[in-house]
Design a protein around this ligand. Sequence first.
Ligand SMILES: [Fe+2]
Ligand SMILES: [Fe+2]
Length: 267
Amino acid sequence: MAHSVVRVAALADLHCTRTSQGAFQSLFANIADAADIVVIAGDLTDYGLPDEAAVLAKELTALRIPIAAVLGNHDLESAKSAEVRQILSDAGVTVLDGDACEFSGVGIAGVKGFGGGFGRRALAPWGEAIIKQFVHEAVNEALKLEAALARLRAKRIIALLHYSPIEATVEGEPLEIYPFLGSSRLEEPISRYPVSLVFHGHAHRGRLEGATKTGVPVYNVSMPLLTRTFADRPPFRVFEMPVGEADNVQPMPAPSRGRRATDAIAS
Ligand SMILES: [Fe+2]
Ligand SMILES: [Fe+2]
């Protein structure tokens, strides 16, 4: 194995449009410099159009490291997610939807997830059929995540989601939309498996970090949030994951603009 520590870059909510040519190239070059693998937590495109995916696919050629991604709700907007997925797969992206992959000893279980809210206030499957259907979707996504996690034997495991599994990382968003930003049902499988890190996006105005009830760190890596929080750095985060003997996972600051990635210091 090339590294006993694997550097994982994470970001989400690229919202690539038809006119985004060139917009991501320096970001992706920075990521390729700073990380060994990259995970993208959904909303890769703005309207889920194949044309947008094709623009992103071209941009991704700057990233010559393994890429795993999940789709987000925006990637489903035009009901062309199969085409979007195919274009991204052809560009070398491993698009996860209830399945898992492993790069350099790091296992990644990915699912889009769904809404429904958190904790005691989560939506329950009661009353109208359409409410039951809404809850069923969240339960189904949680089951898909569980199945993906069950497949992994890697020492370090990442759960990659678009929707949040906890309330803490959506705080800052308007209270009225919390139920549409994630679901506690996604937290349940994460608590049952030896997950090292959880990444999600979707909550553009949420909070950077939180943890599940069992203490698994959860990071909201939405690009608009990272851009706002770290104004002097490119909008992605890097995490060091030891794949040798047990050690703690360390988040690293992303390199400042103009600095080489190797200058980054563990915080
Ligand atoms: Fe988004
Ligand atoms: Fe989203």
